[in-house]
Design a protein around this ligand. Structure first.
Ligand code: PLP
Length: 350
């Protein structure tokens, strides 16, 4: 067995939380899964694709490992305002799969700088691939960023992106929550000078369009990036392309009718986040500190109140003493949780 895999804790964070919740009826503000159904105009396009409507044989086989050209063009235009061309967008089955595949771009035992706290999949994927992780830019071979960050909800500023790019090594930015940014923080690293040479951005339809179960995302890398050809080689070898049905749905989500529907759903989750936090946020998460307490103790306390949260320490050592609440949930649950939260914290806007 791969010794790096053997070095991981037995359970990934979220299954561990699910097992602790067990059969209890809770307001689930833990894992951060979307709860709204797909807009009909998106679901219908997926059904048409599944039925092979409009195709000569009523059937479609493998797609390109790089994705449907129309969808690549739509992402380049709608998400990146044509700052990237379609050939620089590679469609995936979601951000998580690409995060793991991206680890193959680095030389064995590379030193990767990562935020602390961070989405645990990076730490685990980098560890399984045998890379070393550090929380500093010193002598790093690659940088892993997430903006807005899961779990803290903090979006990086233009200067913070520029600082990461100034190190001169590849910078991966996970922009899975970019659609939730309310402040004037950049929604993409490609808005920053130097990104075309060094940046790789991972995007996802999961929280953008409620596709968590549909599975669709992308990775953007400019042609100037020396890793461009290597990324194509990895995709052609380790991936056979995203589901053509999911891609049909993604395309519908980026067309005017679907885009308007998707914006309405994002607005609902953003309002949930505002209710929980008592202020505008840049992400659908609330990150709360309980000084001097263990995250798992606070998790247990909330569980007793009937609310499932995520213990901050699950996102790294710097998350100890914090919990994360997700704004993805039915409005009634969020309102009930917000009331409980105010009682527990007596400081609604922290
Ligand atoms: N990146 C971050 C920061 C996430 O929080 C998540 C899911 O919660 C993912 C990636 C996974 O996204 P996907 O559903 O596209 O695999």
């Amino acid at each position: 067995m791969n010794p790096y895999l053997a070095s991981l804790p037995a359970n990934y964070l979220f299954p561990e939380i699910a097992s602790r919740i067990g059969n209890r009826q809770v307001l689930n503000l833990g894992i951060g899964d979307t709860t709204r159904p797909l807009p009909a105009c998106i679901a219908e396009r997926m059904a048409e694709c599944a039925l092979g409507l409009g195709t000569e044989r009523g059937y479609q086989g493998y797609g390109s490992p790089f994705g449907n050209d129309e969808l690549r063009a739509a992402i380049a235009s709608v998400i990146y305002n044509d700052a990237l061309v379609p050939d620089e967008i590679f469609i995936s089955d979601g951000a998580k799969g690409d995060l793991a595949r991206l680890m193959h771009l680095f030389a064995p035992r590379s030193k990767l700088a990562i935020q602390n706290p961070a989405y645990p999949a990076y730490v685990d994927a980098a560890t399984i691939a045998g890379h070393q992780l550090s929380n500093s830019y010193d002598e790093c071979d690659g940088i892993l960023l997430c903006s807005p960050n899961n779990p803290t909800g903090v979006a990086l500023t233009h200067d913070e992106f520029a600082q990461a790019l100034s190190i001169g090594c590849p910078v991966i930015n996970d922009a899975a929550y970019a659609a939730y940014i309310s402040s004037d923080a950049p929604r993409t690293i490609f808005a920053v000078d130097g990104a075309r040479d060094l940046a790789i951005e991972v995007g996802s339809f999961s929280k953008l369009a409620g596709f968590t179960g549909v599975r669709l995302g992308w990775t953007a890398i400019a042609r100037e990036n020396p890793l461009y050809a290597g990324w194509k080689r990895i995709l052609a070898t380790l991936f056979n392309g995203a589901s053509i049905i999911s891609q049909a749905g993604g395309l519908a989500a980026l067309e005017p009718e679907g885009w308007a529907e998707v914006q309405k759903i994002i607005a609902i989750y953003k309002e949930n986040a505002r209710i929980l936090a008592g202020r505008e946020t840049d992400a659908p998460y609330l990150w709360l500190e309980f000084p001097g307490r263990s995250s798992w103790d606070v998790f247990d306390e909330f569980l007793e109140l009937g609310i499932a949260v995520t213990p901050g320490v699950g996102f790294g050592s710097a998350g100890e003493g914090f919990i994360r609440l997700s704004a993805f949930g039915p409005r009634a649950d969020v309102e009930q949780a917000a009331l409980q939260l105010r009682k527990v914290c007596q400081a609604p806007s922290r």
